[in-house]
Design a protein around this ligand. Structure first.
Ligand code: FAD
Length: 283
């Protein structure tokens, strides 16, 4: 399967992100979405990794299955905080042996109760180093247009991000609702001499409280006008989903108009909103 660095070098990518399903019904729904989305010809897909490695086997099995069955690469997300070097080494070797060529190397978050995470790692850069020692993976990392919540200030965030991007092949961003945050990130990285492609992450949301919760955790600003539109549809799941797809479509168009290396769409294991985004973009 292709390396994502090579796909990006060849032109704009479009990718979708999934999470490991938690029930048989959810697994069936994901398979249906995958079938539908495969027809749209994504460049690659990615599968999240539960906090502190809680979905280690489900993420691995899903990635290897999609990568083997579908005509595009599947990339595992992998976090390192709270985990041992030996455990992650085994997992990276399993990916290498299964022919997986791409990895999204993340720090992950410490336990929410504030207890010490333990394990052998603190930062994503340490996981990049470990992955490079195992195989010639194409390695992606996370970027936060509105700054990482644990960053002390803007300059430090950008300096450390530029350093991380110097060791990686590409980045995917946290979701955001205002394109200006992405453009500012891009300008700041350019000013630091960083040319690694940064793919904007776009979320067609499907839940108002869920979106507000995730935005608060990730330091993502929801503009007042969008807050009002969310209030107007809250409680009507289909209207919320349609609003999420509409907002995501406008953001994708604005990003495309200004030139982006790719679009990474948080698919939420569904296909309907992505189909609507494609229609809105005239694809
Ligand atoms: P890092 O790059 O290590 O940065 C974390 C913080 O440490 C930043 O503030 C950074 O500035 C600072 N820092 C970095 N290096 C140093 C240093 N040397 N000295 C001092 N400070 C430093 N989480 C999951 O659990 N599972 C997932 O599947 C998942 N997928 C994600 C996908 C994307 C696209 C994104 C954007 C995030 C994802 N996350 C996931 C969330 C991510 O794990 C958390 O946001 C985590 O807190 C930060 O990870 P990171 O890789 O950006 O960390």
């Amino acid at each position: 399967m292709a390396r994502i660095a090579d796909l990006l070098a060849g032109g704009r990518t479009v990718s979708y992100e999934f999470f490991p399903p938690k029930s048989e019904a959810a697994a069936k729904a994901l398979d249906d979405a995958l079938e539908d989305l495969t027809a749209l010809g994504p460049s690659f897909v990615s599968v999240t990794y539960g906090a502190l490695g809680s979905t280690r086997a489900p993420t691995r099995d899903l990635v290897i299955r999609i990568d083997g069955e579908r005509p595009y690469p599947a990339m595992p997300h992998l976090t390192c905080v709270g985990q041992t070097r030996d455990d992650l080494l085994v997992l990276l070797e399993q990916y290498r042996d299964a022919g997986i060529q791409n990895v999204l190397a993340l720090a992950g978050d410490p336990p929410p109760d504030g207890s010490a995470p333990g394990g052998d790692f603190t930062y994503a850069t340490e996981l990049i180093e470990l992955a490079r020692s195992v195989s010639d993976f194409s390695i992606g990392v996370a970027a936060f247009p509105e700054l990482h919540p644990r960053s002390p200030d803007r300059d430090t965030d950008r300096r450390l991000l530029a350093d991380k991007l110097g060791r990686a092949d590409f980045a995917i961003t946290q979701f955001f609702f205002e394109a200006e945050h992405y453009f500012r990130l891009r300008d700041e990285l350019e000013a630091l001499g960083c040319e690694t492609p940064v793919i904007p992450g776009v979320m067609p949301f499907v839940s108002v409280p869920g979106t507000r919760r995730m935005a608060a955790v990730n330091g993502c600003h929801i503009p007042a006008e969008l807050e009002a539109r969310m209030d107007a549809v809250d409680g009507d799941p289909e209207a919320v989903r349609r609003l999420g797809a509409e907002v995501a479509s406008s953001l994708c168009q604005e990003l495309l108009d200004h030139g982006v290396p790719g679009l990474h769409i948080y698919a939420m294991n569904r296909s309907t909103s992505i189909r609507e985004i494609y229609t809105a973009l005239g694809w």
